[in-house]
Design a protein around this ligand. Sequence first.
Ligand SMILES: [Zn+2]
Length: 111
Amino acid sequence: MAKGSDGTSESDWFHKHEKEMLERAAEERERRIQQALAKQKHEELDKLRAAHWLKCPNCGHHMEVVSMECIRLDTCKFCADIYFDRGELESLLLRKIPQRFKFYRRLFGLD
Ligand SMILES: [Zn+2]
C-alpha cells in the first residue's frame, strides 16, 4: 500500500478522518436532540402555565387578582378561597399590628 509523505497509508488517513466525521455527526445529532427536547419542555411548560394560570387550586374556577392594602391576593369568586403570592404573606406579617388588623378587617368585609 502506498505511503504518503507523512508515512501514513491512504487507508489510515481515511480511517482516521472517517472516525472524526462520524464522531462529529454523532455530536451534532446529540446537540439537535437536546435542542428539540429543551424546546419541547419549554412548550409543555407554557401549555401547563396557560392551563393553570389564575385557576383556583380548590375548585378550578378562574381567580381574580385583588390588591388590598398593597397586598396582592388571588381570589376565587366561586369558592371564596384566597391565595397569597410568594412573599405577600411575609410582607403582611411584618407589618405593625394596627396595619394587619386593618388588612384583616378589609379582607373579611368588616370595613
Ligand atoms: Zn375556587
